[in-house]
Design a protein. Structure first.
Lengths: 201, 507
């Protein structure tokens, strides 16, 4: 095993890679969560994985403040294979203009990954939200590069079982419902303190 | 050969030096002129009063309004029969029309679609005569004198033309007259009349109301002010006075209508489109080779587009095979693409997603009809409002996925939750209907839930009772509830059968 192999392993801690590649972040809108993330927000120009098995626990309300702030700058939000319809009256109540949303529903997994990559790379999108895109690790790396090129926020929603797989994503969170609110467990945050936050959503 | 029939071709009479001198020998082009005298022209005017509406292919089962203008200035320019029945008429302001009907289908007027329709009609009527002329926004003119014998007279010819046009889905008003303008005026009056000779024109036109003429509002009011309501009264007025008082335009119109002044009409030459065919050096199914061959054709397409200062909205690449049917690759273009590489890249995305049944022996490239190119000025620095990248993305996604798999969404102010959103083409239209008590996820169909599931109410009930007047009535009590697992759901009880349904998630 050469030195390069060792250094390219994401498990090896390298201070140079702290934070997102561009370093820019978008505040999440939740101070408790911002305090625990590196740079204090969602990493822009990078991938974030959100792991959860349930729909309706607050997974969208968690990202809505950031999306509405980003879309306010005129760029689009692309939804690739959302499990249900993002409901326009609620979107615009949350501050996200529905006409800035583009919904893509490709039939196969390859098409979904391709659409996510196109959206991230284009520079036309502030954020790309993707579901049912269980991409292999090398695909995720491709997506990561695309997000850097297009300076887009990539939000990949995956099942909790993906937590054991390693991933080059800059930020990985697991989301669980609890009586007090949404439990956000930071599995990986380049350079951030990490830990658990309960958000009363 | 008896050359004396063609004096202008008779070599002994004409010397080259004389030919160029009109004083010595008048140019022999009067043959066609004299034939017009023997067979004066006859024009059939087809006018489409409902073109604005028909061009947008409106629904026939719900009220549809065609609207022009913005905001409070919006005016209904046309509406379908369903809307007429509830009391809406063209010329109403949109707000008063909305007072008559609850939620009509609103269509924006589209002049480009209207001229497309007219172009299609002109294309279809070229089989009846070689002289077809467009009246922009209104109808078409056909010169039919030369076709009368072939089609068996004026009436049979008109019937065939109208039948052909009706098969395209348009209902014309028509008239026949010796001058184009007279035919148009008669068609505007909707009389379906036939006037064969110029001598009969003043009598036939005399009965028309002045609103059939193309007059400005001011002239029309002035004329009505001096008691001129029909055309015969206008014809009796001295011409000199007419042009002194209302300018030469009115007098010219009348002279043209009566055949006393020339009224040249441009001939319809058909819609321009690009077509190219190229045989491959060898049979291949290799996408890279095909793209290289297509690239050369795309280059000449772009030269063609630049020369005509036009753009296209659709491009079709046809792959010809030996013993199979042709494979057609259709590419929709939203953005203005003037770079070969960009088009080839779009084409390669499309080619990747199809499987060629056999080797390709030749390629054709066919464009849709040309549209006017509307250039955009770019700023030096990229701005947030620059939407060329967004159209680029749409082109790429659209090349791979169909329209059904790619759409935008907008809110709609309706009470019924299923009705308060609609699909739109991405990036179009804004809406300001917002409800913060609505879930972020909506199920496409309410899903029944059994009574055993334990749910804890968080908010509600909100009663939604609507749609009874259009047969889609719902009467439901909506609750926001929390399940044992901690998910927040939007459920309702149908008040008619007391069944519980899940309709959304507060994601």
């Amino acid at each position: 095993m050469s030195l390069d192999d060792v250094l390219s392993d994401p498990r090896v801690f390298r201070p140079r890679r702290l934070g997102s590649p561009s370093g820019a972040v978008q505040a999440t809108g939740f101070a408790a969560l911002d305090a625990r993330l590196s740079g204090g927000g969602w990493p822009k120009g990078a991938l974030t994985e959100l792991l959860s098995d349930e729909t309706g626990i607050g997974e969208l309300r968690l990202v809505m403040p950031a999306l509405s702030a980003l879309a306010g700058q005129g760029r689009w939000v692309v939804w690739v294979s959302p499990p249900h319809l993002p409901y326009p009256p609620a979107l615009s109540a949350a501050g996200l203009e529905p006409s800035q949303c583009l919904i893509v529903q490709p039939r196969t997994r390859e098409d979904r990954v391709w659409a996510v990559e196109q959206g991230l790379r284009s520079g036309a999108c502030a954020a790309v939200l993707a579901w049912r895109c269980n991409a292999a690790s090398r695909h995720v790396r491709r997506l990561q590069l695309a997000a850097e090129a297009g300076d887009a926020l990539g939000l990949i929603f995956r099942p909790l079982s993906a937590a054991v797989q390693r991933s080059p994503a800059a930020l990985r969170l697991s989301l669980l419902a609890s009586p007090d609110g949404l439990v956000v467990d930071i599995l990986k945050s380049r350079g951030g303190p990490g830990g658990k936050v309960v958000l009363p959503l | 050969m008896n050359l004396s029939l063609f004096p202008e071709l008779d070599p002994p009479n004409v010397k080259p030096a004389q030919r160029s001198s009109p004083r010595l020998r008048p140019a022999p082009v009067l043959a066609s002129h004299s034939s017009t005298h023997r067979h004066p022209l006859l024009w059939l005017c087809l006018r489409f009063p409902h073109l604005t509406l028909q061009a947008l292919s409106p629904p026939s089962d719900e009220p549809a309004l065609v609207v022009e203008g913005e905001g409070s200035m919006a005016i209904v320019v046309a509406c379908n029969d369903v809307a007429v029945q509830v009391g809406i008429e063209a010329g109403m302001s949109l707000s008063s029309a909305l007072a008559c009907v609850d939620a009509p289908r609103l269509l924006r007027r589209d002049p480009a679609r209207e001229s497309d329709c007219l172009a299609a009609i002109a294309d279809a009527s070229v089989v009846f005569t070689d002289r077809v002329s467009l009246i922009p926004g209104e109808g078409v003119l056909l010169e039919i004198r030369g076709s009368l014998k072939l089609f068996g007279g004026i009436r049979p010819l008109c019937e065939q033309v109208i039948e052909r046009v009706q098969s395209l889905g348009h209902e014309p008003a028509w008239a026949v007259a010796p001058t184009p303008l007279a035919a148009l005026w008669l068609a505007r009056a909707g009389s379906s009349s036939v006037v064969e000779s110029k001598e009969a024109l003043p009598g036939a036109l005399g009965r028309l109301s002045l609103s059939c003429l193309s007059l400005s509002e001011r002239v029309l009011e002035n004329l009505q002010g001096i008691g001129v309501r029909q055309l015969d009264a206008l014809l009796r007025l001295p011409r000199d006075g007419l042009s002194r008082r209302w300018g030469p335009g009115l007098r010219k119109q009348m002279d043209q209508a009566l055949g006393q002044a020339p009224d040249p009409r441009p001939c319809w030459r058909g819609a321009l489109r690009f077509q190219a065919y190229r045989e491959l050096a060898m049979e291949t199914a290799n996408a890279e080779w095909l793209l290289r061959a297509a690239g050369a054709m795309i280059e000449s397409l772009l030269v063609f587009l630049r020369r005509h200062d036009s753009r296209i909205e659709q491009l079709t690449l046809i792959c010809h095979h030996h013993s199979h049917d042709d494979t057609r690759v259709v590419l929709g273009l939203l953005g203005i693409t003037r770079q070969v590489e960009a088009l080839v890249a779009l084409l390669s995305i499309r080619l990747e997603s199809i499987r060629l049944p056999a080797n390709v022996i030749a390629l054709s490239l066919v464009s849709s009809t040309l549209r006017r190119f509307e250039g955009q000025s770019c700023s030096l620095l990229p701005e947030a409002g620059d939407d060329s990248r967004q159209r680029d993305l749409l082109d790429r996604l659209g090349a791979r996925f169909g329209v059904g798999e790619l759409f935008g969404i907008a809110a709609r102010a309706r009470h019924a939750p299923e009705g308060s959103w609609r699909r739109i083409s991405p990036g179009q239209g804004k809406t300001d209907y917002q409800r913060c008590d609505r879930p972020l996820w909506l199920l496409s169909q309410p899903r029944p839930i059994d009574g055993k599931t334990r749910l804890h109410p968080v908010a509600g009930p909100e009663r939604i009772e609507t749609g009874w007047w259009e047969g889609r009535d719902i009467t439901r009590d909506y609750y926001r509830v929390r399940s044992d697992e901690g998910t927040q759901l939007w459920v309702f009880r149908d008040r008619r059968n007391r069944q519980w349904f899940l309709h959304g998630y507060f994601g």
